[in-house]
Design a protein around this ligand. Sequence first.
Ligand SMILES: [Zn+2]
Length: 237
Amino acid sequence: MSAMEDLFALQDEDVLTGQLKYRKARLPEADAVVAAESARVQISSEVADLRIERLDHARRQNRFEGEVAAVEARLAELDKRLYGSAITSPKEATTLQNEIASLRRRQNDLEGQVLEIMELVEPFDARLEELAVASDAADEAIAAALVALAEVEVVIAGELAESATRREAAVGSLPADVLARYQQSLPSFGSSTVVRFSGADCSGCPYSMPSMEADRVKGLAAGTLADCSECGRLVVC
Ligand SMILES: [Zn+2]
């Protein structure tokens, strides 16, 4: 390979490496991981909110159930007294009956409250079950997205390594001064740092090369590296 071909090979590898790095930084597979993780976070946050609300209802339910148990205990005690032999007067029996009736109303009321809470909680539990399923699915989606990302990253890393090897080979046989000129111009011209002389024009120039400059370059030996006086690119004759 001639030095000029090596120079083009070097530029090709720099372009390819740049493209691969650009691609690596903007992988749709990475976006998919972010999206899957964000979906998972949303699910977790909804679960956390529902659990807090659910816990609040459960505490109220516990409190009412505790009160129901206390009322039932008191009723059992009063029943025992009413039907036992300790009653001394009809008035005492009436007082007991009134208290029993009032406690039964309280019991009904409390039990109604408990039922209400249970009904209220039902959709929470249904939604929490749905979210548990969705959460498993989200975990699987994250795992799959990570695998897909890792796969494409491995491919790109391999391509970058291959490109680096080819670049090294190209650099290895380039004269130091040519390499230095290339490196110096690279930041300004990127993928068109070295261009071919079309026979009449610098193919990197946005405008036509002045005819005097074209004639000068035309007069150089094939394979010579010239500087375009118009755009500053390296022109291979
Ligand atoms: Zn030019």
